[in-house]
Design a protein around this ligand. Sequence first.
Ligand code: FES
Length: 107
Amino acid sequence: PKVVFHHHGDTSTVVEADAGSNVMRAAVQNGVAGIVGECGGQAMCATCHVYVRESHLGALPPISEDEEEMLDCTAAPRDDRRSRLGCQLTLGEGLEEVEVDVPGAQL
Ligand code: FES
């Protein structure tokens, strides 16, 4: 699956990830700036927060309770429609391609 990370200032990073991986892991493994993944994908740190681009929203899995809680603790403001935790977005099986905007500050 393909993940496109859009950064501030109009640059982007395109990554080919393995099926079964997720958006956070794809970013960390490829050194994508702005996505930390501190908790290792447990939905406990919110440092993998991304804004998913509109055209891909329909393909996303539902938001779990844990993710819902962490989305209120993100460094950058939450967007009601587009904010997700990258670690909760498993790639492959329905999510063959996704484009996300990386928040500016994420520590
Ligand atoms: Fe920690 Fe996603 S990596 S919440």
